[in-house]
Ligand binder design. Structure first.
Ligand code: MN
Length: 494
């Protein structure tokens, strides 16, 4: 990460520079104010990495500034964890930063931390997410940037948590980004998650790509030069000629379709030509085909026939110099921004927080479809999860903390797993908001609330008949033994 080694002040300046570059009118004082406000609110809080918490919202803001987003989104990004993690009410944020920022921050806070609390709760959370998105699509942009930074900083977390967050990003977040046409975001979510969900495959793909790209780097800069020259002769001056490496995860997916043979994947690195107008795209295509022979069946006109997600470009794969096969992607700047940022591309220039542009209403319908797909998907992942963690179940506290227990554990096992005192004073339990008896076997993903009574003298020896964990068993034994000893002491004179 490019920000490592920078001081907080330098990171802030870097973000402000990015914001100003794309948006010379931006109210930088307001952004600084939001930074100071968030820094103060998070004072004393640390990331798992040991860094001060504020590096997180700042990194989230940086990504959005790089994406050319308007000031209010940046301000909301800086403040996005203030209500949930620092307990500042939304009304305070509204007082200082106005209702537009406050409503975005409220939207993100409503999404919560999407803690995993079993499939039903998860689906409920996901529904909330779609509602928040439909209300204001900017919220999901902040959420995605938030998730990308969390994935980048998964390192210090426990493996089980790393896996869960990464799997969720890969199976839920990335497909949403994809359907919204945010390909850059989708690529990042997938690549950071890939490493934790399929570590072996990730290493293999990364190594193969690095070997190949190293050889090709010099080749591609020569090819870019030659392309520029050829286009100049035809009096076409492109805005940009660049080449980019395919994201690891999409490469991995593609390899699976191509018999695991990377030599059959022609677009590990693709040339990208950006021009001003649509006719220029076709002119460039003609010129390229005039110089290099195209591969049969590999010319794709996504301008005349956009992909279902709205993606537009011309693609062609040609036999290039020195026996190389290279894919060219030709597009206008508008197409490029839409390809990278999807619906988000429409907001940049709007300083006044117009939420969903009218012509994007189609997107809401799209969203409804994605939602249906996701709900199905969650159920599929749930099977995967149960399989993966056989014989152990996850039980959730009402606050969303996870307690890991053996199969068929009971509310009493759960109570002792939280704290001995809670176990000792336990008088009843609710599972998923329903009262149950204390010997009820718990199921993976249950949310359990323990009711206690301070005046309860201690555990009941009857519990030993159904308790599953050795921890709870030994606690009950030692406590009942104490009580009997105490009782004996009281009745037997010294
Ligand atoms: Mn966050």
């Amino acid at each position: 990460m490019a920000t490592i080694g920078l001081t907080l002040e330098e990171r802030l300046e870097k973000m402000l520079t990015a914001l100003k570059k794309n948006n010379p009118q931006a109210d930088l004082d307001l952004v600084r104010l939001a930074f100071d406000y968030a820094e103060k609110a998070h004072k004393g809080q640390m990331r798992k990495s040991g860094e001060p918490y504020i590096v997180h919202p700042l990194a989230v803001a940086q990504r959005l500034a790089d994406m050319n987003m308007e000031t209010n989104i940046i301000v909301a990004a800086l403040l996005h964890d203030v209500p949930e993690d620092a307990g500042v009410p939304i009304s305070e944020i509204e007082k200082h930063f106005g209702s537009d920022v406050a409503s975005m921050v409220a939207g993100i806070t409503k999404l919560g931390k999407l803690k995993y609390r079993g499939v039903e709760r998860y689906i409920e959370n996901l529904r909330k997410m779609f509602v928040a998105m439909a209300e204001d699509a900017r919220v999901i942009l902040i959420k995605f940037s938030d998730r990308i930074h969390n994935l980048q900083t998964l390192g210090p977390l426990q493996p089980k948590k790393q896996y869960r967050i990464a799997l969720e990003s890969l199976e839920i977040f990335a497909p949403i980004a994809n359907r919204l046409g945010m390909h850059e975001i989708k690529g990042l979510l997938e690549d950071y998650a890939f490493k934790y969900v399929y570590p072996k495959e990730y290493k293999r793909v990364k190594k193969m790509v690095q070997e190949r790209v190293k050889i090709k780097e010099e080749y591609f800069s020569r090819l870019a030069e030659k392309t520029r020259h050829t286009l100049a002769e035809a009096k076409i001056e492109p805005l940009e000629i660049d080449w980019r490496r395919k994201h690891y995860y999409s490469l991995y997916r593609k390899m699976l379709r191509k018999d695991n043979d990377m030599d059959k994947v022609y677009d590990i690195v693709a040339m990208r030509i950006m021009v001003r107008e649509i006719p220029d795209c076709y002119a460039v295509l003609g010129i390229i085909h005039n110089v290099w022979k195209p591969l049969k069946g590999r010319i794709k006109d996504y301008i005349a026939q956009p992909k279902p997600n709205g993606y537009q470009s011309l693609h062609t794969t040609v036999f290039c110099d020195e026996g190389q096969i290279v894919e060219f992607q030709i597009r206008t700047k508008t197409m490029h921004e839409e390809a990278e940022y999807g619906i988000a591309a429409h907001w940049h220039y709007d300083e006044h927080g117009s939420k969903i542009p009218n012509k994007q209403l189609r997107w809401i319908q799209e969203l409804a479809k994605v939602q249906q797909e996701m709900m199905k998907k969650v159920r599929d992942i749930e099977y995967l999860k149960i399989d993966y963690f056989k014989n152990r179940i996850f039980i959730f506290t009402p606050k969303g903390d996870v307690i890991d227990l053996p199969e068929d554990a009971t509310p009493v096992d759960f109570a002792y797993a939280i704290h001995t005192t809670i176990g000792n004073t336990c008088i009843g339990a609710k599972v998923n908001d329903h009262l149950v008896s204390l010997d009820t076997p718990l199921k993976n993903g249950d949310m359990v609330e323990i009711m206690t009574d301070k005046n309860r003298k201690g555990p009941s020896t009857d519990w030993l008949k159904f308790i599953k964990t050795t921890h709870a068993r030994s606690q009950v034994r030692s406590h009942t033994r104490n009580t009997i000893k105490d009782w004996l002491k009281s009745v037997i004179p010294h």
